[in-house]
Design a protein around this ligand. Structure first.
Ligand code: N2P
Length: 363
């Protein structure tokens, strides 16, 4: 009898839900500290589904999972240069644009930027974008270096003379080899987009020279550490540094955090929503991507994480203090100094990883 009821109930649910019955769960894998507090709850309520939301803080970690396959994820968010390599490896499905009506909200110029890495924007949509610069504790840096502290330059983290004076208050680097090495190359006066072996080696030399003064290499821990004064300088991602600033303000602990795009230039990156070919719930994955492209939803995310988005229709809904912050939406003269990421082939990738291991281990 019990079994009978159960089967009847299941059948009713199946008929009521139709195909959607298989789509009651969505598995999302996104960067940490990268979404508004209520975004997932709103999606769950709207679609009557449960979202499993996991986070990472490294493209390399995501890439390993994507290349291994069967990750179980429906939506993932690689940075555009990584996306390109993964598309070439056949990792992602082509998006069904008929299921993404909110694509009309996207800024055509920024989508064209992203298309350099994904022809015709076939496999991915921009989630957020930002820059890789420097976050610092204004008071502590001034205390150690005086008014002349080179806070507008990569010298703050790459000049051994300078960094050695900051070591006691804590200097940290991102664990992101494809971002740290080009930044060091740029500081050394080389092309950050170079793929020449000797240029990478020079970049690694710059990093090795300051390495003794670096407290750790990590790509998310620095948010809290900056906010509570545990560290005083971090090479970091724009929005993450602004989140540290906001956390310090909330805590009322007197810590003042600033973000700078160094005068020598910085990386401008795009993080892209894509659906793995073996995603268990591709229909719901499309619904999710479309939902994120809703102007209000995207504006809520930008207003919360302080990362720029590429959704033109959301801009009127973005807070004035976010929209007008040159560290978040850089003005034209700053944009000229930004570089885009380079897609490395397997050989360059091996070189970068080998050098990075040397830098991290100091050998
Ligand atoms: C969010 C980090 C996203 C930037 N914490 C990395 N592309």
């Amino acid at each position: 009898m019990k079994t009978g009821v159960c089967i009847a109930a299941l059948a009713a649910a199946w008929i009521a839900g139709g195909v959607a019955a298989q789509d009651k769960v969505l598995n999302v894998y996104n960067w940490s500290d990268y979404i508004a507090e209520d975004t997932i709850a709103k999606f769950e309520a709207k679609f009557g589904v449960k979202v499993n939301y996991d986070v990472y803080d490294s493209n390399e970690v995501l890439e390993a999972k994507m290349l291994a396959g069967n990750s179980g994820y429906d939506v993932v968010v690689p940075t555009s240069d990584f996306l390109r390599r993964q598309v070439a490896a056949g990792v992602y499905m082509e998006l069904d644009k008929s299921k993404l009506p909110n694509l009309k909200n996207m800024d055509p110029e920024l989508m064209a930027n992203a298309a350099v890495y994904d022809e015709g924007n076939k496999h991915a949509v921009i989630y957020m974008w930002g820059t890789t610069g420097i976050g610092y504790n204004v008071g502590k840096v001034r205390e150690r270096l005086g008014e002349d502290a080179p806070t507008d330059s990569w010298a703050l983290v790459f000049d051994p003379e300078v960094v050695s004076k900051l070591a006691d208050c804590g200097v940290t680097f991102l664990d992101a080899p494809t971002e740290m090495l080009p930044a060091a190359m740029n500081y050394a006066g080389l092309d950050p987009n170079s793929t020449k072996r000797e240029d990478f080696e020079k970049g690694a030399e710059v990093l090795m020279a300051v390495r003794p003064h670096v407290r750790y290499f990590h790509s998310s821990q620095y948010i809290n550490d900056l906010a509570n004064g545990e560290i005083c300088v971090a090479v970091g991602w724009s929005g993450d540094v602004f989140q540290a600033q906001a956390r310090a303000e909330e805590a009322g602990n007197g810590v003042e955090i600033a973000y700078v795009i160094p005068k020598e230039g910085a990386l401008q990156w795009f993080d892209m929503m894509a659906i793995p070919k073996d995603a268990p719930h591709p229909d719901l994955a499309h619904e999710f991507i479309n939902f994120i492209m809703d102007p209000q939803i995207t504006a809520d995310i930008t207003n919360y994480v302080w990362y720029a988005n590429a959704n033109a229709a959301s801009m009127p809904l973005v807070d004035e203090e976010v929209k007008s912050d040159p560290g978040i939406f850089p003005p034209e003269e700053v944009k000229k100094r930004l570089w885009a990421s380079t897609v490395y082939n397997a050989r360059t990738d091996r070189l970068v990883n080998r050098l990075w291991t040397q830098v991290k281990t100091g050998q």
